[in-house]
Write a protein that binds this ligand. Structure first.
Ligand code: CMC
Length: 429
């Protein structure tokens, strides 16, 4: 969190020219564009910063999520994640992220009814999903689904219209699980199950996956709600930054979210929860953990579900998920992979390699075990992450589009290619 103590000025001397510059420091940052004043001549473009992977670049001012990676703190709109996970529902959190305040009873009731009422998708989406290969990865299908939503709701292109925006943002939260469920059912060779407007959001998700006769244990529904809450936002992570960057072109929000889905699909981001399960299965037994950890230390493998760009401490979401695992396993029986995961965590947290690099379990380390206990196959895990992250994506999109400082995102580069050269005729090459 920015504090006044971080404010002041920065004095810089350019040793190339001997000129001294003073720049304001606000919220612990200097404006990168201020550096453009540092020039060696009038026609010099000015100094830029070089920051591959945005390791030290603040891309926006945001009032949505506070994350303190050193102390393992996560808050949505000021509310600690632990309290939200214990007390709220996923749609309550979605409202909070979008509107900035917790909803009243009446607001939550009408929002819940509205979102659940929007869960059905146009039949053309089910038809498109039916045209995918049966083994199509559901994340690829969800990605495509958002391209299709953008064509079904062309009015969403009016990104300056408040009602159109809200329609698109609410549709995103409502329809993402339905598209995911259709993809899942298609993988199984089954027809889709229509959402039921009288049921809750998460109950509907489970019924759309497993059939209208499936009666989920309320403890499993609550565990799913907790997982979705924990994934709902995480400030400027790869997929959220993608939504903001793509949205800055003023494309409709469905397309921007589709790009976010693509970013999340990657194994270093949301794809890690699926990769954790693959890793645990490969390890196979507790006895093989030390050998696997040696492989990681020899750089032959990554310990999936460990490490984070911002957390240099235990990810608070992992603590909550670990506790939720116990509740779920009470209903479903213990997943045998849990034993391997616990041993892996214990070994890593006591090993100098991980300690020195401050590598701790992240949100993805245990979430897959819960999804598996719910009967969700591993290639659906990242879809579940996307369902959870949808409110964060749309809240961040809205904040971006309302930001007066917002322009199209367009980084610079250092050109390191060939100097000017003449075209060579093909027969002379
Ligand atoms: N296993 C082994 N070594 C690791 C790991 C890991 N999971 N994560 C980081 N390291 C090492 C890395 O090799 C580097 O060592 P050295 O300084 O000796 O070269 C050091 O730790 C710092 O890591 P980094 O790669 O510079 O860190 P980063 O901020 O660029 O990457 C990360 C963050 C999450 C991509 C990375 O930790 C990772 O690949 N983790 C595994 C994938 C994963 O679990 N992703 C989910 C992230 S949380 C949820 C989400 O965002 O979706």
């Amino acid at each position: 969190m920015a504090t006044e103590a971080q404010d002041g000025t920065l004095t810089v001397t350019d040793n190339r020219t001997g000129t001294t510059y003073e720049f304001p420091i606000t919220d612990g940052t200097i404006r990168a564009t201020e550096l453009r004043n540092i020039k060696v001549s009038d026609d010099d473009f000015g100094l830029m910063t070089y920051d591959p992977a945005f390791m030290n670049t603040v891309s926006c001012r945001s009032a949505i999520t506070y994350l303190d990676g050193d102390n393992g703190v996560l808050r949505y709109r000021g509310y600690p994640i632990e309290q939200l996970a214990a007390k709220s529902t996923f749609l309550e959190v979605a409202w909070l992220l979008i509107h900035g305040e917790l909803p009243t009873t009446a607001e939550l009731a009408s929002f819940t009814e509205d979102i659940v009422g929007r869960m059905p998708v146009d039949p053309s989406i089910a038809a498109s999903i039916g045209a995918f290969h049966q083994d199509a990865h559901p994340m690829g299908v969800v990605e495509a689904g958002f391209g299709q939503l953008s064509t079904l709701y062309p009015e969403a292109k009016d990104v300056d219209s408040d009602p159109e925006r809200m329609d698109a943002l609410y549709n995103t939260i409502a329809k993402i699980p339905t598209i995911g469920a259709l993809a899942f059912r298609h993988n199984q060779g089954l027809d889709g199950v229509a959402p039921d407007p009288v049921l809750g959001y998460s109950t509907n998700i489970l019924k759309m996956f497993f059939g209208s006769d499936y009666e989920p244990d309320p403890r499993l529904v609550r565990a799913l709600e907790i997982l979705l809450i924990l994934h709902a936002d995480h400030e400027q992570n790869c997929s959220t930054s993608t939504v903001r960057v793509v949205g800055s072109s003023r494309v409709d929000p469905y397309s921007a979210v589709g790009a976010g889905v693509a970013a999340l699909y990657g194994p270093l981001h949301g794809g890690a929860n699926e990769a954790v399960l693959v890793m645990l299965r490969e390890i196979g037994s507790k006895d093989n953990v030390p050998a696997f950890v040696e492989k990681v230390k020899n750089r032959e493998a990554l310990l999936m579900g460990f490490g984070h760009r911002v957390y240099k401490n235990y990810d608070p979401r992992a603590t909550i998920i670990k506790k939720a695992c116990d509740d779920v396993f009470e209903v479903t029986g213990v997943n045998p992979l849990l034993e391997i995961a616990v041993e892996l965590e214990r070994t890593a947290l006591n090993d100098e390699f991980f300690v020195r690099r401050k590598l701790y379990p992240n949100v993805d380390f245990y979430s897959g075990l819960i999804y598996e206990a719910l009967g969700i196959p591993s290639d659906m895990f990242t879809v579940m992450f996307a369902v959870g992250r949808a409110p964060g994506w749309v809240a961040q999109w809205l904040e971006m589009i309302n930001d007066n400082e917002q322009k199209i995102s367009r980084p610079r580069q250092v050109y390191v290619g060939a100097d000017e050269r003449d075209y060579v005729e093909i027969e002379s090459r």
